[in-house]
Design a protein around this ligand. Sequence first.
Ligand SMILES: N[C@@H](CCC(=O)N[C@@H](CS)C(=O)NCC(=O)O)C(=O)O
Length: 201
Amino acid sequence: MLTLYHAPVSRSSRLVQLVHELGVADRVDIRIVSVDENAPASARSPHPEGKVPFLVHDGVEIRESNAIILYLCDLFPEAGLGPQVGDRDRGRFLSWLAWYGNVVEPVIVTGAAGLSHPLLDLTFRGMPDISARLAEALADAPYLMGERYTAADLLLVSPFAWFADALPDDPNVRDWFARCMDRPALKQVAEADARHKAKAA
Ligand SMILES: N[C@@H](CCC(=O)N[C@@H](CS)C(=O)NCC(=O)O)C(=O)O
């Protein structure tokens, strides 16, 4: 049994999108939880830090968006949203997922917080390098892995939906952003999230 703990309009929205993109919405129990620390414990995510997304598969707990994405893409390979072991593209796919967590989120979050320090630049580089990596990948292809949309696109596009000002000023990157934002599964999740928010208000 698969249970995904989700708080509407949060980092877990992209995991709900993935469930729809994979075509397995009927196989995943999506439980709406609160990440408000004042909410009663029974309404909060069972994640050890109270966060979302959080996936539980037959009692096995999986944390962190990129780990959950990889786990689901491996569990449901038929959808072709992530190259599998043995595929030459697997390494590139894993690199995008890890780069997101190890570099992109820290750079975008520290930038939004107005923080700067030489050690941050040394460790993570910064937006110019992120822009260059994306522009390079998208110069000759519509998606990060080439001709096909994959979960790497789903993940890497997500911070720019929150921080539109951070979107690189490159026409191919902007076209990629528009293509990824136009996914029916993304619209479906946005509508469902808005309904939950309205009900909770
Ligand atoms: N690196 C984690 C971040 C998860 C995260 O911080 N989620 C936020 C929601 S956007 C959360 O649950 N915040 C509540 C809290 O920190 O207690 C991931 O990508 O899964």
